[in-house]
Design a binder for this molecule. Structure first.
Ligand SMILES: [Zn+2]
Length: 237
């Protein structure tokens, strides 16, 4: 009696199946997302502001794209330009602490603490909300910075992708490098207090559109970290 026998998969069959799988995933990327619990998150962050002109321009772009971002502000600039900060807060963006004057080198924990508290007071007086996150100026976390933020129960925030907008890169170059490197959950560093020669504002719409087409959801820093904490990926406080 003849029996039907299943042949062992040949190398050609395995290869063909692998190629077909890649093709199907490219054709129906939602199959990939359907397996994940959620879409990838991206938090756009803007440092050193507010700036009387550039922050307003960035807020216009964010409003037209209907996304929320996070601003790490300097207390001294908030005192000079409270209007864009009030607008950012009113439009649902997150306002966080970046020190009073961007000075951390050679300063004691006590000094830094005073600078951070002063900035927190200024922000809270204007917006009614006290910042809970702190980004050290230049991304440099010294021992004094660590001590200060621990005493103040703040969460230290850095970034996963640096736009390097402060170097004067072209808008296309900024967008291309971000879109090439973004693949997981990302925190992207931009600056809203920039020189006229910097191209943050021109790059931003291209970056946003590119990230949207890569399937990213735009979140603020608090949502970003709260989501990761809920998933057990990190511990806050
Ligand atoms: Zn800065």
């Amino acid at each position: 009696m003849k029996c039907l026998q299943l042949k062992k998969p040949t190398l050609a069959f395995i290869l063909a199946w692998a190629i077909l799988s890649v093709f199907l995933l490219r054709l129906f990327p939602f199959f990939v997302h359907a397996q994940a619990d959620r879409e990838k998150m991206v938090a756009l962050t803007f440092d050193d502001g507010p700036h009387p002109l550039h922050t307003e321009q960035i807020l216009d772009i964010l409003a037209s794209c209907q996304i929320k971002a996070t601003f790490f502000v300097l207390g001294c600039n908030v005192e000079l330009y409270p209007k864009p900060l009030l607008r950012a807060s009113a439009e649902g963006h997150e306002i966080e602490n970046h020190s009073y004057d961007h000075q951390t080198r050679g300063r004691s924990a006590r000094d830094l603490s005073a600078s951070i508290v002063k900035t927190g007071d200024i922000i809270e007086r204007l917006t009614g909300k006290r910042p809970t996150y702190f980004r050290p100026p230049e991304g440099k976390s010294t021992k004094a910075v660590e001590t200060a933020i621990r005493q103040l129960s703040l969460v230290e925030v850095f970034w996963t992708l640096d736009s390097r907008d402060w170097t004067g890169k072209s808008p296309l170059s900024i967008a291309q490098s971000i879109l090439k490197e973004a693949n997981g959950d990302e925190v992207i560093l931009f600056h809203d207090y920039t020189c006229p020669s910097h191209n943050t504002m021109d790059a931003l719409p291209v970056v946003i559109e590119g990230l949207k087409s890569k399937g990213y959801t735009f979140v603020t820093i608090d949502t970003y970290f709260s989501t990761l904490a809920r998933e057990g990926a990190l511990t806050l406080w």
